[in-house]
Design a protein around this ligand. Structure first.
Ligand code: C2E
Ligand code: MG
Ligand code: MG
Length: 639
């Protein structure tokens, strides 16, 4: 054997041995790759360690082996990415807030995650190998689960709300998605359920529904829920041939509590009223707060009017006991309107509307009492709607007129002023009284246009009289309570004075006592502003508005007009006589003029003159008439 041949043989042997060693070595390495921990594998890849191995192969291996090694390297990398994905999935599986439960094809639990344990309260070892029926709440009928599996079978997936039971026994709602998993052969291998605990959402939903249906201050049902309850009660009453009663309650002069003691006390008062009312009723009676100081009561079994009336009286009497709020002893009265099913109304809406009309009647009749709904009230309500509609047209078509009623000096009996009073010359109904349409105009907002128009007409008329040489001390114009507190009143008065050129000292604005007392602070401010313009101020219908004397003293007012209700009883009614005397004394002590209205008889005028009343107005002196019909010379002898 030549040396060259021996060398070639030795080289071939060495190649063989090294190939075997390499194969062993690469196999070992690959094994170690596959068996090594994930971190080690990544570390090796980042540092290119595997490539070092492959370059070793480069030296020793033939081209074919190089490709094999590269192939192995690529597979190794692919597998590495799979592992990365699996690792990420495992992290998601463990960290997700959704509970995950995996069962095998037989429905036995094989895996649960941490969130599952947190939500259900079970540890994994307690549930592995068990069936998910362990969590059944009994909340769903069997048909529910049948439908769920039918959907799973047909679509491979089911999502929905399901109520399950925690380990503690508590039943809770969860939103769950179940999916079928198949193996490579297409055989069902697992069920995966992913769910979230939606009890918090349900709670807040419940809370929102509660808020939408309850008054936040008293927690009583609000108008929405109450109307719903009335509807249900009527449906049930119809079936069981029962009668129901609806009582609408309004607290009298509640605004005064708010104004004088603040809204905090007002709120506490409303809560206390709600509690007291609630305490009076048993089952079958629903109390609601409809808003402001308005409450409503539904009596589901109230066959007769007498029972409803007795309930109303019980409420009125029950509220009479004083309330102790923040150290204040407070008293409150209530007015109540009653409407009955089926006698007065057949629907919830109608029943509510009729009770409201009856309440209006109770309030107009002097408050602190209840009123029953009657057919007559419906006619009135309908008429009110018609008037509101027609009044708009009346303004546009110039159907309104201003009448003037004379005001006489009691001592000289001379006509010294007039009050402007609006009239509506209705094309069909003739002359309509303001008592009929002013309250409607106030409700619909038309009052602003009406009062502005009357003021403009009155001022223009006064200018005409002045130019004609008529001696008049003042022209009085009524200002609605709705406008009195508004800033625009001042602007409007200033504008009318500017436009007509009337000396402001001739214009007297009449504001009712109740309008002043509705918001005394605002009234005070408004009055001072109006006084700055130079106009005179009078309080109309005095004696009906629960004035506080202290407040009255602060008002920049020149005149008190005694309400005609007190004049009517003169001179015989002792109470009326006493009240009139007190008002006159009061006005004089505060340096105000006193003016009596509604004088229909000479005796009334004589009584007033005797007690030093300054001015008088009434049919006995002269009725309201158009401007040209005023009798300037008339001076009836009082004494
Ligand atoms: P008021 O301001 O107290 O006006 C006095 C009312 O008593 C007038 O009723 C007048 O016609 C009536 N009256 C006068 N003397 C007598 C009498 O001797 N006996 C009786 N029984 N009544 C007498 P009228 O004109 O029907 O007005 C009623 C109310 O309507 C007024 O009461 C006033 O509050 C309101 N009003 C009238 N015109 C206007 C207006 O232009 N604007 C506003 N906002 N309200 C007005
Ligand atoms: Mg008046
Ligand atoms: Mg009056």
């Amino acid at each position: 054997m030549s040396a060259t041949y021996r060398d070639a043989l030795r080289a071939a042997l060495l190649y063989l041995v090294l190939s075997v060693v390499w194969l062993q070595f690469s196999g070992y390495l690959l094994n170690s790759f596959f068996d090594s921990s994930d971190e080690l594998l990544r570390w090796q890849l980042i540092n290119g360690y595997a490539w070092v191995v492959l370059s070793a192969g480069l030296i020793f291996l033939a081209r074919a082996r190089l490709f094999r090694c590269l192939g192995i390297g690529a597979r190794l990398r692919e597998r590495n990415e799979d592992r990365e994905r699996l690792r990420q999935a495992a992290a998601v599986f463990d960290c997700t807030r959704e509970g995950v439960l995996v069962t095998n094809s037989k429905g036995l639990i094989v895996h649960v995650n941490r969130a599952f344990m947190a939500i259900t309260g079970y540890q994994s070892e307690e549930v592995l190998g068990q069936q998910p029926s362990l969590f059944k709440s009994g909340h769903h009928p069997p048909g529910f689960y049948q439908a769920m599996f039918a959907t799973l079978d047909s679509t491979g997936e089911w999502s929905g709300e399901i109520w399950n039971r925690r380990k503690s026994g508590e039943i809770y709602p969860q939103w769950q998605t179940i999916r079928l998993i198949h193996d490579d052969q297409g055989q069902l291998s697992h069920y995966v359920a992913v769910f979230s605990d939606i009890s918090a959402i349900k709670d807040s939903e419940h809370e929102l529904t509660h808020l939408a249906h309850h008054d936040p201050l008293t927690d009583l049902p609000n108008r929405l829920l109450f109307t719903d309850r009335v509807e249900q009660a009527l449906a049930s009453a119809q079936i069981h041939k029962r009668g129901c009663a609806l009582l609408m309650i309004d607290l009298d002069h509640f605004k005064m509590i708010n104004d004088s003691l603040g809204h905090n006390v007002g709120d506490q008062m409303l809560k206390a009223v709600a509690e007291r009312l609630q305490g009076m009723f048993g089952p079958g009676i629903t109390l609601a707060r409809l808003g402001g100081d308005e409450f409503a009561v539904l009596a589901e079994s109230c066959p007769q009017l007498v029972q409803a009336a007795a309930l109303a009286q019980r409420i009125i009497d029950g509220l009479k006991e004083p309330f102790l709020i923040n150290g204040h002893q407070l008293f409150i009265n209530a007015s109540i309107g009653i409407s009955l099913f089926p006698g007065d109304a057949l629907s919830a809406e109608q029943l509510l509307r009729n009770a409201d009309s009856a309440l209006f009647k109770a309030k107009s009749a002097g408050r602190d009492d209840y009123a029953l709904y009657t057919e007559e009230l419906t006619a009135h309500a309908q008429q009110r709607v018609e008037i509101a509609f027609e009044l708009r047209r009346a303004l546009e078509q110039h159907e309104l007129r201003v009448y003037y009623q004379p005001v006489h000096d009691m001592k000289t009996s001379r006509l010294i002023g007039v009050e402007a009073l609006v009239r509506w010359e209705h094309p069909q109904r003739g002359l309509v009284s303001p008592a009929e349409f002013i309250p409607i105009a106030e409700r619909t907002g038309l009052i602003s246009d009406i009062d502005n128009w009357v003021m403009q007409q009155a001022c223009e008329q006064m200018c005409r009289w002045k130019r004609a040489g008529v001696e008049l001390s003042f022209i009085a114009v009524n200002v609605s309570s709705r406008l009195f507190a508004r800033r625009e009143l001042y602007q409007r008065v200033a504008q009318v004075l500017r436009e007509t050129g009337l000396d402001p000292a001739y214009l007297e604005l009449e504001v009712t006592e109740s309008a002043v007392m509705e918001d005394p602070e605002v009234a005070l401010e408004q009055m001072h502003r109006l006084r700055e313009l130079g106009v005179r101020l009078a309080i109309d219908d005095f004696g009906t508005g629960y004035s506080s004397l202290l407040r009255l003293k602060r008002l920049p007012v020149q005149k008190l007009k005694i309400d005609q209700g007190f004049v009517a009883g003169l001179p015989c009614d002792e109470d009326d006589g006493a009240i009139v005397r007190v008002i006159i004394a009061l006005a004089q002590s505060m340096g105000m003029q006193v003016h009596a209205e509604g004088i229909e008889q000479r005796e009334q005028a004589a009584f007033l003159l005797e007690h030093d009343c300054d001015l008088g107005q009434g049919y006995w002196f002269g009725r309201p008439v158009p401007a040209q019909a005023l009798d300037w010379a008339r001076a009836p002898a009082i004494g």
